[in-house]
Design a protein around this ligand. Structure first.
Ligand SMILES: [Zn+2]
Length: 499
């Protein structure tokens, strides 16, 4: 179908190759990158790797101070490993011997009362005491098949929180949950320690998330922190089987000196630009967006402790690199700017930072094409988020994406996941969100969830490279249409996300 647009729908499609995507996928998603956890040297290694690829691709630096980089301080607050804890006179090492939940700064010194189960809470005198009980496993998925919905956080760790909640409602001042002899419970304790010990992440200058936005502040997948708790939160200590006798001894006490610590370390965004060919449009940037981070190294599953995040989100990181090569090969009238954000998994932090501290004026960003997870599931299906009300904030931008798909990639588009009633709330879980909240036309490309999401099985070998190439073409062609259109995309009046 002939295109009325200057240069056709996508003049440098041949710059996007499966060979490049595969090479970049296995490099950035490989074990050497160790899962790219935000704020660690592993993320920084990926940040440097992307900047090198961006330079090789021919992008101009568009970060801070004439570099490809934008570094920003990520705040982390966590329970200090130097907190002290003892049960029945035995001191416990934080996160090794014990998982501690709901701890505040301060001291505890409480008598322990032992109960057989939650039913016994009704008859026991637990008010103001530390209440101990043994816990048995509830059904969970086999370790090598677990998904984020059926993993330890959703099952065994949730069971621990429910027990603690029952103890709180009965008037207990603290909860002590002790594993029975099941090995799976000790594995679950280790897994929960790996997540909970990380604490909370944020950025000071971007303010606290509120409203609907706060619901998604864990990033896609979240950190599995203290959410989903019903009832009052009391200090909760989760222990291994070996602590049973100490907790049960007569006159046993729970003592604790717990304190939180806050520190800052860098995460980073990589930003590069291809200048446009029309000087009159030089201040109208089309922005391509990916996140570079994932979950790092965590507990081991079948001997694999590296959470590669190949789909999430190496897939889009390498797609944006490929789209950048296409714009370098054939620049559009408008400039195209490319950003790889840090710390998305810690609460969309890199995109929040950039929107608060843009390296080009925010009003000059005319469209955001974000992607998250574009290399899995049925080869012929995909989703466009932000394409229907109330998430849709630009008719022209959505039309551009639909047209690119209709003329070029022919994906059968899912329309369910973009609905406000969809339980996953997918629209709220990636980096386009802070841009949309700032009133910038924004869409998100995705091939949606799969069972390997946020597990160590999200490996490069499981990526459908041919599909990834097609998704890359779709993103590129959409950006090309916007970058060549007579007008910048509209913003739907009155659009707001909180509702
Ligand atoms: Zn993601």
């Amino acid at each position: 179908m002939p295109s009325p647009l200057r240069g056709g729908i996508a003049p440098a499609l041949d710059a996007i190759t499966e060979a490049d995507l595969r090479r970049d996928m296995f490099a950035m998603g490989g074990d050497a990158m160790r899962g790219r956890e935000a704020g660690t040297l592993d993320e920084m290694r990926a940040t440097g790797w992307i900047a090198e690829r961006a330079r090789e691709a021919g992008l101009q630096p568009a970060g801070d101070d004439g570099t490809f980089f934008q570094w920003w301080p990520m705040r982390r607050s966590r329970l200090s490993e130097n907190s002290q804890l003892s049960v029945g006179g035995r001191s416990l090492r934080m996160w090794k011997d014990a998982v501690v939940l709901n701890a505040q700064n301060g001291t505890l010194d409480l008598p322990i009362v032992f109960v057989s189960d939650t039913a016994a809470l009704r008859s026991a005198d637990v008010r103001g005491k530390a209440v101990a009980m043994v816990v048995a496993p509830v059904p969970t998925q086999p370790l090598d098949q677990f998904t984020i919905r059926g993993n330890f956080q959703a099952t065994l760790s949730a069971m621990i929180r429910q027990r603690a909640s029952a103890i709180a409602q009965a008037g207990g001042a603290a909860a002590i949950l002790i594993n029975d002899g099941s090995p799976i419970l000790n594995t679950a304790l280790d897994a929960t320690a790996a997540l909970t010990s990380r604490g909370q992440y944020g950025i000071d200058s971007a303010g606290a998330p509120t409203g609907t936005f706060a619901r998604a502040a864990g990033g896609a997948g979240g950190a599995g922190g203290g959410r989903g708790n019903a009832g009052p939160a009391i200090p909760t200590v989760w222990l291994r089987t070996g602590m049973l006798d100490a907790a049960r001894a007569s006159n046993a006490r729970l003592t604790a000196l717990t304190f939180n610590e806050t520190f800052y370390y860098p995460s980073g965004n990589v930003i590069g630009v291809v200048r446009g060919t029309d000087p009159k449009l030089a201040n109208e940037y089309v922005l391509f967006s990916a996140h570079q981070d994932h979950d790092g190294t965590r507990y081991s599953v079948n001997g694999d402790s590296i959470w590669n995040g190949a789909d999430d989100n190496v897939s889009v990181s390498v797609a944006v690199l490929a789209a950048a090569r296409a714009f370098v090969k054939h620049p559009a009238p408008r400039p195209a700017i490319f950003i790889w954000q840090g710390a998305e998994e810690r609460g969309l932090l890199g995109s929040r930072w950039f929107v608060g501290h843009p390296t080009v004026p925010q009003s000059q960003i005319i469209a955001v094409l974000n992607g998250d997870m574009i290399g899995r599931n049925n080869p012929d299906s995909a989703a466009l988020l932000g394409a229907q009300p109330p998430h849709k904030n630009s008719n022209a931008l959505v039309d551009a994406a639909l047209r690119a798909n209709a003329e070029l990639t022919h994906f059968k588009l899912d329309t369910i996941w973009d609905r406000p009633t969809h339980p996953e709330g997918w629209y709220f879980r990636s980096d386009h969100l802070p841009y949309a909240r700032a009133g910038i036309p924004a869409i998100m490309f995705s091939t949606l969830l799969h069972p390997d999401y946020h597990t160590p099985r999200d490996e490069p070998s499981r990526i459908d490279i041919a599909k990834l190439a097609k998704m890359t073409q779709w993103m590129y062609a959409t950006g090309w249409i916007v970058a060549t259109a007579p007008q910048r995309p509209d913003v739907i009046p009155g659009f707001k996300l909180e509702r």
